[in-house]
Design a protein around this ligand. Structure first.
Ligand SMILES: [Zn+2]
Length: 325
């Protein structure tokens, strides 16, 4: 039945390390590794068929039709192979775009990606698409992927801070990855870990994942004074270090501390010990950072909890200046 499926006619690069085929029931088709893909290797480099430089709520069928009309005959044929969750044809052009596009960080528009859109979602994925300033996007393996294994990436950037229920509301389908499988200890812990990560990020950055401060009806940080200190960027440096180490530890437990996440988090963390002005604090921070594991680092750094440092005031002022507060 799947032998004559339209996706068989999608043009995949000759050297691609994956093939498209039906996935588990309810998930349509997916992409599966055809050979071992090592961590850090590119899985797919793709240019969008077209880009519509508008936020999704303003994109109309007319926009998509105009973009379609400008395509080459071959590209038009490729676009017409797309199917709703690999099943029937789409009811509208806009729906076809919505199901097969990725947000472009460069121009806040949406690019139609024939192949990247064939990869299924997981909240604990084995591949990732880092943000890029151009139109071409690349998916990388964030761990070794064995031949035959399905290749997945996470569809939303803020899911490391979202519980299962919140993720499913955003996805509008039910994910069955290990962080979503109800009744398992991992899933229960996963919700707690991701809530914690969200709170710790709030304490460190002073705003929530939407870039805004939480209103008083459902604060991420219930302690009013602590919330104010976070928003005022006056969290003591000792606590700030502990929060950041805890985020790394929790993400590691969650299976989300891949090399790309480490590249994002580590630069600001490694300079933190050098910012202490109280030598006894700096010494503990250095010992903590020298520990081999994230748990070891967190355990050692906890000795600093609640301590003041001579650099606190100056650092808060610097953070506020940088933020323009
Ligand atoms: Zn999931």
């Amino acid at each position: 039945m799947s032998q004559d499926h339209p996706y068989r006619r999608l043009q995949i690069p000759k050297d691609a390390p994956f093939e498209l085929r039906p996935s588990s029931p309810g998930k349509g088709w997916g992409a599966f590794a055809t050979r071992l893909i090592k961590q850090g290797d590119p899985v797919l480099i793709e240019r969008p068929l077209f880009v519509i430089p508008k936020p999704s709520q303003y994109i109309t069928d007319g926009d998509v039709f105009a973009a379609f009309q400008r395509l080459t005959p071959t590209a038009k044929q490729q676009f017409l192979l797309l199917r709703d969750n690999a099943g029937g044809p789409f009811e509208s052009l806009n729906e076809a775009l919505a199901e097969n596009s990725l947000a472009m960080s460069a121009n806040s528009g949406h690019g139609l990606f024939l192949l990247h859109s064939r990869f299924n979602h997981s909240c604990v994925p084995n591949a990732k698409i880092p943000e890029t300033s151009g139109e071409i996007i690349t998916m990388f393996a964030i761990r070794d992927i064995m031949a035959g294994e399905e290749i997945t990436f996470c569809y939303k950037n803020d899911f490391e801070c979202r519980t299962r229920r919140e993720r499913h509301e955003a996805l509008r389908f039910v994910c069955d990855c290990k962080a979503c499988l109800l009744g398992t200890p991992f899933q229960q812990l996963s919700d707690i870990r991701r809530k914690f990560v969200r709170g710790l990020r709030y304490l460190t950055l002073g705003f929530d994942i939407d870039g805004k401060r939480q209103n008083s009806s459902s604060p991420i940080i219930a302690d009013r004074k602590l919330k104010e200190a976070a928003e005022n960027l006056s969290i003591p440096h000792c606590n700030r270090l502990i929060y950041q180490l805890l985020v790394s530890f929790l993400l590691e437990e969650e299976g989300l501390l891949d090399y790309l996440t480490r590249e994002r988090l580590e630069p600001s963390m490694v300079i933190m010990p050098s910012l202490f002005e109280t030598e006894s604090n700096a010494r503990i921070a250095r010992i903590a950072m020298a520990e081999q594991t994230w748990l070891g680092k967190v355990q050692m750094a906890f000795r600093l909890y609640g301590r003041a440092d001579a650099a606190d005031e100056l650092l808060s002022k610097a953070f506020r200046t940088l933020r323009g507060i």
